[in-house]
Design a protein around this ligand. Structure first.
Ligand SMILES: *Cc1c(COP(=O)(O)O)cnc(C)c1O
Length: 385
């Protein structure tokens, strides 16, 4: 064994994270902040396989802690689906559905605002992708009516219907919320199964798979459900559950697509411990949208700042075009890193170091005072011009 240096070990002993006291605008982190209840559960459940004491072979059947009830009753009611499984993330849920439902070399139809993980999951499944365009700058609105054309196109070119359609609700760049019900009705007309990627929706805003009328919905626990993660949620409707949940030939109680068992330990425990809070916060989604709109209105009051994507915004995740900061960066001695530093000086983080021209941010969970503080900081920094 090669020698490991003392200083290497020392660095591992002190895994520090200096974000305390900062207002964090990073969209991927706002909805994953643990609740006090989840934090408390961390200590008790952090050991490896801690959850497996009362397992007789099927994680989702564990009665204590109440995983059985959570997975088979609570979550299906929450997202109004027939069945729920927990996965290691939204991407794993997408991969799993594609793997169960799509034959290799078949084609799927995907919106052009799809997350990269949709493309990678498709690639790993050896699938071809046909994209439904958006109307590009400045709105990037996906023209959902075009799902019909694309399905026809695939049918014409390959002689077969697409094996799956996917829509991102909302997308992770602009926070655009496409008309998923319309996509669902188009897809069901053609009998093409539809997956709704709700990584930025489930746990933030009300989502009902039944109401949407799609076959699958996926969410992300560490993105939007106040879980440490990595954990994802997959909701499934009706007949298609047979293929997604099929059991191993050899190990009769183990599901093949799950590789026998889903996420255990802290990802699941923190998801469960946070859930009562998450359930309640989803009912206050209207306030989050109001706050986001308030924030955007004030930000657009600054010369050289503009929100891209659909307006008025319908989500806490928003994309800003910020020419004013780009102009400043050209002359500032810190160059393009000035914005990151100026924000940090004001106890604000979450805008990627080096970005000035445009960036995304989220206002999720901030109160009005915090929002005002953030707006004032951006106003002050814009005066450097
Ligand atoms: C964050 C995100 C994902 C990935 O979620 P994981 O749970 O980390 O796999 C997928 N899709 C969208 C739209 C996202 O924003």
């Amino acid at each position: 064994m090669a020698e490991i240096l003392e200083k290497e070990l020392h660095r591992l002993e002190r895994m520090e994270r200096s974000v305390k006291g900062f207002l964090n605008l990073n969209p991927i982190q706002r909805g994953g902040i643990l609740t006090p209840e989840a934090k408390k559960a961390v200590e008790e459940w952090a050991d490896g396989y801690s959850i497996c004491d009362f397992c007789d072979g099927v994680l989702e059947s564990i009665k204590k802690p109440p995983i059985d009830e959570f997975v088979h009753k609570t979550l299906p009611k929450f997202i109004e689906s027939d069945e729920v499984r927990l996965t290691h993330g939204a991407r794993e849920a997408k991969f799993m559905v594609m793997h169960a439902v799509c034959k290799p070399d078949s084609t799927i139809v995907v919106d052009s605002n799809a997350h990269y993980s949709t493309h990678v999951a498709a690639e790993r499944n050896k699938l071809h992708i046909v994209e439904v365009e958006n109307n590009s700058y400045p709105e990037y609105r996906v023209d959902v009516g075009r799902y019909a054309d694309k399905i026809e196109e695939v049918k014409e070119k390959t002689g077969k219907l697409p094996s799956l359609a996917l829509i991102t609700f909302p997308d992770g760049n602009y926070g655009n919320l496409p008309d998923v019900k319309r996509v669902a009705s188009i897809c069901s007309e053609y009998d093409v199964p539809l997956l709704v990627n709700a990584a930025y929706a489930i746990g933030r805003m009300p989502v009902s798979l039944r109401d949407i009328g799609a076959d699958f919905v996926v969410g992300s626990g560490h993105k939007s459900m106040a879980s440490s993660g990595p954990i994802g949620i997959l909701g499934v409707m009706g007949d298609l559950s047979d293929s997604v949940f099929r059991k191993s030939r050899e190990y009769r109680n183990k599901e093949v697509e799950m590789l026998g068992c889903g996420p255990r330990g802290l990802p699941l425990i923190t998801l469960m411990a946070s859930f009562p809070t998450v359930y309640k916060r989803v009912q206050r989604w209207g306030v989050e949208v109001e706050n986001a709109r308030f924030f955007i209105e004030k930000m657009e009051g600054i010369d050289g700042i503009r929100q891209l994507g659909i307006k008025p915004t319908e989500h806490d995740l928003n994309f800003l075009e910020t020419n004013v900061f780009y102009e400043i960066s050209k002359k500032h001695k810190k160059g393009r890193f000035f914005l990151y530093r100026e924000l940090k000086k004001r106890n604000i983080i979450g805008v990627k170091p080096g970005l000035t021209r445009n960036f995304k941010l989220s206002t999720y969970g901030f109160n009005k005072d915090e929002l005002k503080k953030i707006i004032d900081a951006f106003k002050e920094i814009a005066m450097l011009k």
